[in-house]
Write a protein that binds this ligand. Structure first.
Ligand SMILES: Cc1cc2nc3c(=O)[nH]c(=O)nc-3n(C[C@H](O)[C@H](O)[C@H](O)COP(=O)(O)OP(=O)(O)OC[C@H]3O[C@@H](n4cnc5c(N)ncnc54)[C@H](O)[C@@H]3O)c2cc1C
Ligand code: SF4
Length: 354
């Protein structure tokens, strides 16, 4: 399974397809209430389904097929400034018009308020002295630098934060999820899906979601994909996988469990049925490369952390504000939920350490 992470300013939001969903049932179940934070995000991040007015013929036809099959497709809300979005389909490669919202907007605001952003600088470990975080050691070019701090908040994502913690003598347990993605595709003349907004709508069945999605990763890197991007019709399966992986100081250890494999097998059969209704015979279908880009869950919040937002194994002035804290795989776009959670963590830090 190829694991994708967005290393750079703005993180994976810069390569995201801009889907914005509230998915806090798992956090709610352990007592974390994010109503206020989602309301704030509603004022700060432009979200709409206005892209629907520009769907191309293929997307409209697929939507009808999903409806006919009783799959209940729903247009996906997108984080974007709709005036300048032309549904060009390039969200993953970085939006050419700046229409897509990404988290660099928050960094700009933070800098305007006096924050200093240091880029090209990789945090290696948190230095813990007498049970407290004293700061972080980072590598910048060939130099190693120590940044002293009163409070440290790690937000390096679901793969990197556990590695930093592991190097700092605070190992995370197993529990990594990644939301595996598998595309099922077939030939379809003038599908033009490569020039359509990615994931325009979604349907849900069990632990999987289904959405039209031109799989750029497979088109460019999987030798089994035919040339001619405009003539390929592809459906994405995204699975809420079991928390079966581990990431610490070493390499990532993550495979599919038999329950995950069974769910993907059923999902593939459903995709074949959908594409069959579109007129693509089963023996002409081909698969995308199994990949995943929603890592998290290595140090999940539990009921006893609901007020502190602080897993007990961390020093009292060390916090996490990313997908590492999520208690379960969402199997769906997590950005909005991670941002709401990070806001709540920020409030806790400000209240108790300002
Ligand atoms: C191709 C793709 C499309 C996606 N589309 C969507 C979508 O449409 N909607 C949605 O909700 N989700 C989407 N996701 C998932 C979503 O982008 C991620 O789940 C989310 O951004 C994770 O947030 P995070 O804060 O946990 O980590 P990240 O976004 O990965 O942010 C981590 C940050 O930490 C930095 N960092 C990492 N290591 C270090 C270090 N050692 N030192 C210093 N800095 C470090 C990175 O550079 C990065 O800026 C997509 C993911 C991918 C890969
Ligand atoms: S579809 Fe194109 S213009 Fe619209 S947000 Fe995505 S990359 Fe930007």
């Amino acid at each position: 399974m190829v694991l994708i992470s967005g290393l750079g300013t703005g993180g994976a939001t810069t390569m995201a397809t801009a889907n914005a969903l509230r998915l806090d049932h798992g956090l709610k179940a352990v007592g974390v209430d994010l109503d206020a934070e989602f309301a704030e995000l509603g004022r700060e991040v432009p979200v709409s389904t206005a892209h629907r007015a520009r769907w191309n013929e293929t997307t409209e036809k697929l939507f009808s097929v999903f409806e006919e099959m009783g799959l209940g497709p729903q247009p996906l809300p997108k984080m974007r400034r709709r005036e300048t979005c032309g549904n060009c389909g390039r969200c993953l490669l970085g939006c050419p018009t700046g229409a897509k919202w990404d988290s660099r907007a928050f960094l700009d605001e933070a800098e305007e308020r006096g924050a200093r952003l240091v880029t090209s600088c990789r945090v290696l470990e948190v230095v813990v002295e007498n049970g407290r975080a004293a700061g972080v050691v980072a590598r910048s070019g060939l130099a190693r630098k120590f940044f002293p701090a009163d409070v440290v908040v790690l937000a390096a994502g679901g793969l990197e934060t556990p590695i930093i913690l592991g190097r700092s003598g605070i190992p995370c347990g197993p529990g990594l999820f990644v939301d595996p993605v598998l595309c099922v595709a077939g030939p379809w003349k003038k599908a033009a899906q490569d020039r359509e907004i990615p994931m325009p709508f979604v349907a849900e069945r069990g632990p999987c979601i289904f959405a039209p999605y031109f799989d750029l990763l497979s088109y460019y890197f999987n030798g089994g994909w035919p040339p001619g991007p405009g003539n390929i019709l592809s459906l994405m399966i995204k699975l809420a996988d079991e928390r079966s992986g581990a990431v610490a100081a070493g390499p990532v250890d993550k495979g599919l469990t038999s329950r995950d494999t069974d769910a993907l097998t059923s999902a593939v059969a459903l995709c074949a049925a959908i594409l069959g209704r579109m007129g693509i015979p089963k023996d002409e279908l081909f698969f995308g490369t199994l990949n995943a880009g929603h890592p998290g869950g290595s140090l999940p919040l539990r009921r006893e952390d609901a007020v502190t937002l602080h897993p007990a194994r961390l020093p009292e002035n060390l916090f996490i504000a990313d997908a590492t804290l999520l208690p379960e795989a969402l199997g769906k776009p997590p950005i909005l939920t991670i941002m709401a959670l990070a806001k709540k963590v920020a409030k806790r830090v400000r209240r108790d350490f300002a």
